[in-house]
Design a protein around this ligand. Structure first.
Ligand SMILES: Cc1cc2nc3c(=O)[nH]c(=O)nc-3n(C[C@H](O)[C@H](O)[C@H](O)COP(=O)(O)O)c2cc1C
Length: 204
């Protein structure tokens, strides 16, 4: 008789459906400082279960919302929280990691991180790693998350337009209940929607 216990973390069951696009893929998840950061824990868990090698980097603000340990446990990999860490090799990590990726996701992508990406800033570990990603080869998907007034700001809308022109992809934001007790556009898309969009980009 074979026992059907829970899958071991080393060998997740083969992903089926759209999530099978992630099997064996190297996926970067950048987490910035928004209340939706807790949802990215589920996102990382689903990617790991789908057989992806997931590397997480967090801005300093993101670490105020969720601990790096949560992402380390879910991804079973080191988590980058500073541009000055060299966790896996002696190469500048942002180059060696960025050149090996199949896709990069930033979720949540805060208003400030959007602004930094739109202006080519590299003064945090998430933007630094993304600065070394060649978007002609590796899709970078942003999942904005902010209050509806922040989302509607002309500065945010200008940055989104610039980022689209520069080849970044967007998922959301969605409309609905926000932690600030507003209802409107700006809420981070659900992790399953982010995964579905990323899987379809990977499959195309
Ligand atoms: C409780 C709390 C919730 C926040 N939620 C958001 C948010 O959902 N989206 C956002 O853009 N900024 C949010 N902020 C502000 C950002 O954390 C702040 O702009 C920070 O500098 C972003 O840094 P980062 O982009 O480097 O992660 C929040 C701040 C606090 C204190």
């Amino acid at each position: 008789m074979t026992s059907q216990g829970p899958p071991s973390p080393e060998s997740p069951p083969p992903a089926t459906g759209p999530l099978s696009a992630f099997r064996g893929r190297r996926i970067f998840v950048g987490v910035s400082g928004g209340i939706a950061a807790y949802k990215s824990a589920y996102l990382v868990s689903r990617l790991a279960q789908a057989g992806a090698e997931v590397t997480v980097a967090m801005t300093r603000s993101a670490t105020r919302f969720v601990t790096p340990l949560t992402f380390q446990a879910l991804s079973a990999r080191p988590v980058y929280t500073s541009p000055w860490q060299h966790l896996e090799s002696q190469d500048p990590q942002h180059i060696s990691l960025a050149t090996r990726l199949d896709a990069a996701i930033v979720a949540p992508c805060s208003m400030d991180t959007l602004a930094r990406l739109a202006t080519g800033r590299t003064n945090d570990v998430v933007c630094l790693i993304l600065s070394a990603v060649d978007r002609l080869r590796t899709p970078v998907i942003l999942a904005p998350a902010m209050n509806s007034v922040m989302w509607a700001q002309p500065a945010t809308q200008r940055n989104v337009a610039l980022l689209r022109q520069d080849g970044f992809r967007f998922v959301g934001p969605a409309e609905g209940w926000q932690a600030c007790r507003h209802v409107g556009p700006g809420r981070m898309s659900e992790p399953d929607d982010i995964l579905a969009e990323t899987a379809s980009i990977l499959a195309s």
